[in-house]
Design a protein around this ligand. Structure first.
Ligand code: PRP
Ligand code: ZN
Length: 302
């Protein structure tokens, strides 16, 4: 089992809302991979790292049981698994640690009320049937709110449960809202806001492997950071430098360069880590800046 000692295994959703984003993120971190003929394993060529493409519902257990070192998965699935294993809120670290919350794969788990149905708010759930693929999260909610309702488990196509006469209400993931709307279901209260997270196995890893994971996380942070980051260049009167620094969002100390033949005007270069709005540029101009250029940042290592 030399392989297990040295190569990192990452579980990623086989096909779904997180697949493309997760693979894209790893590629932006520099990973080159070949996809095996069965398409379920991607072998890293330039890093000691392989990707397993699996059902998203299986990812937390694969990481918990140390079959995979890392897992990229929605918080909705992490919560459902955690509540299903009878753990309280504080002991998730024994199963897997959430290394990062990623800013993609946003969706929410919400109640859905058929437009012509008898239930139109969570206050009317007593004695009703709720169809969901997230029985643990829903039961946890019902318990906390002291509601007595029946949870009917569906592994998919939850939105058709009311028209089949199997439930009065649904509780399902909503992203754009298209699915509920197409079935004349109105989105109600939200139980959980979700996004992609990175899980790590609770088992201590060999030093070499952990070093690679740390390195990967640093690159992931870099990739996430540059999404909003911009490199800004401008000309500015020396006297306006203090005011201009104040106007730049999330920036470090600017680089100030002399301009040939000009004494009172300098070039200012700065990296901004937050969104640069038109308003910011207008304010810079108002403070005396000219020739303002904003360019995207491709890579960053903090
Ligand atoms: C969810 C949910 C809906 C759909 C909602 O399924 O069950 O079918 O997404 O998205 P919308 O609001 O943009 O229409 P998902 O694709 O996550 O599949 P899975 O739960 O079977 O993994
Ligand atoms: Zn799924």
């Amino acid at each position: 089992m030399i392989d297990k000692e040295t190569r990192i295994k990452i579980a990623i959703q086989k096909s779904g809302r997180l697949t493309d984003h997760s693979l894209d993120l790893l590629q932006r971190c520099g990973l080159k991979y070949t996809r095996a003929r069965d398409q379920l394993i991607c072998f890293g060529e330039n890093m000691p790292l392989d990707i397993l493409l699996v059902r998203d519902d299986d990812i937390p257990a694969l990481v918990r049981d140390d079959v995979c070192d890392l897992g990229f998965v929605g918080l909705n699935i992490v919560e459902e698994t955690r509540l299903g294993s009878g753990e309280d809120n504080d002991s998730e670290t024994e199963h897997f640690s959430v290394l990062r919350r990623m800013d993609y794969g946003h969706c929410r788990l919400s109640f859905g009320y058929p437009e012509d149905g008898p239930v139109q708010s969570a206050s009317q759930l007593n004695g009703r049937r709720i169809a969901t693929s997230y029985p643990n999260i829903v039961n946890d909610y019902l318990k906390r709110e002291s509601v007595d309702a029946e949870v009917v488990e569906f592994s998919g196509a939850v939105e058709i449960a009311p028209s089949l006469g199997r439930a009065d209400v649904i509780c399902d993931l909503v992203s754009t809202g298209t699915t509920m709307a197409a079935h004349k279901i109105r989105e109600g209260e939200t139980l959980l806001e979700s996004e992609a997270v990175i899980l790590q196995t609770p088992v201590a890893l060999p030093a070499g492997k952990q070093q690679w994971i740390d390195r990967l996380m640093q690159r992931i942070d870099g990739v996430m950071q540059v999404r909003e980051s911009k490199y800004i260049m401008m000309h500015a009167p020396k006297s306006a430098l203090a005011r201009i620094s104040e106007l730049l969002p999330g920036s470090e100390a600017p680089t100030v360069l002399p301009l040939e033949g000009l004494d009172d005007i300098v070039a200012v270069h700065v990296v901004c880590r937050e969104t640069v709005f038109w308003e910011t540029l207008e304010n810079l101009k108002g403070a005396g800046a000219s020739s303002v250029l904003v360019v995207p940042v491709e890579k960053m290592l903090a």
